[in-house]
Structure formats: C-alpha cells, structure tokens
Design a protein around this ligand. Structure first.
Ligand SMILES: [Fe+2]
Length: 171
C-alpha cells in the first residue's frame, strides 16, 4: 500500500471526477462523441463514463448548477481507504459521507470537504468492466427507503458536504 515518508496512507492515483451539469444528456453526448468515452451506467441522476476497465473515470450528475461535485482518489483496497480516512480525521477533517459502498461502480467510499470547500473522495475496489458489460438504466439503480449505499451503513451526508458538492463553479 502506498505510504508517505512517515508511513501514513496516501492515494495511489486519481480515480474519477464527478461534475454537476444542468444538461446531462448533452454532457454525456460530449464525453461519448467528443472525447471517446463509453457510457457504463445511467441512473436517474447520473451518467457513468469510462475510458478503460474502471467502471467510471467521469461521473456526470444532474444539478441546477454547472459545478464540480467532487474529485476521487484511488486506493488499493478498502483497508487503505479506511486508513487514509483515519489520516484525514487525525488532521482535523471530519467525514462528510460514508463509509459505504456505492451502487453503480461498486466502489467503497468516504467523502471529505477540503479547506477550500472542494469535496474529495477516498475510494477503492471500483468494478472492472469490458465491452460485454450491459449498460444499466435508471430502473437498475434505486435504493430501498433510508439507504444510500449497498451495505446500508452510510449515515446521512452532512449539510456541509452537500453544500460543497454544488459550490465550485467553472469560470
Ligand atoms: Fe465519486
């Protein structure tokens, strides 16, 4: 597992970027036809697009503003996600959402708000897919009442995290 000089957990790479958009269909078309991404899943509120075997490298989310939702950092496994999150807590940055396991992409997650108001996610174990993967639609991705992750353990997202996920505009 990647560690810094002090032996503390750190990410091994960027995992994905999540972008808010007022026009999800137009943005999906841009990433597919303009940039060559492939749509992996489409939930009611989000489109998941990939460039390799990772289920998604870009996530587009319906919102009333065109802003940055969050940036996710990858780890080699959920143990590393937990340790990296402990490092965040030790440094005074409390959990904004999680721990949990997402639906589309199947990845483990913990969210934090950085000092400038940007949301970052520590994540691992994203689903690996190929061209045989069936692109899911909104009917494939819904939660039972009260749930927001597969395990059913993620507490409600903090208001600070929700606010930050809409707050960083593209100028
Ligand atoms: Fe994410």
């Amino acid at each position: 597992m990647p560690l810094d000089a002090a032996g503390r957990q750190m990410p091994d790479r960027l995992a994905h970027v999540n972008i808010n958009t007022r026009d999800l269909d137009a943005d999906i078309r841009f990433f597919e036809e303009g940039l060559g991404f492939s749509l992996t899943d489409r939930s009611k509120m989000m489109g998941f697009l990939r460039t390799n075997s990772d289920h998604h490298a870009v996530v587009l989310a319906i919102a009333e503003v065109d802003t940055l939702n969050h940036v996710a950092f990858n780890h080699p496994g959920w143990e590393a996600v937990m340790k990296a999150s402990g490092r965040m807590c030790d440094a005074g940055f409390g959990i904004g959402w999680g721990p949990g396991r997402h639906g589309p992409g199947d990845n483990v997650f913990l969210y934090f708000v950085d000092p400038f108001g940007m949301v970052i996610e520590h994540t691992a174990e994203v689903l690996q897919v190929d061209e045989t993967y069936r692109v899911g639609g909104p009917e494939d991705w819904s939660w039972a009442p009260g749930r927001s992750d597969q395990w059913g353990i993620a507490p409600p997202k903090t208001e600070a995290c929700k606010t930050a996920q809409l707050a960083i505009p593209f100028l």
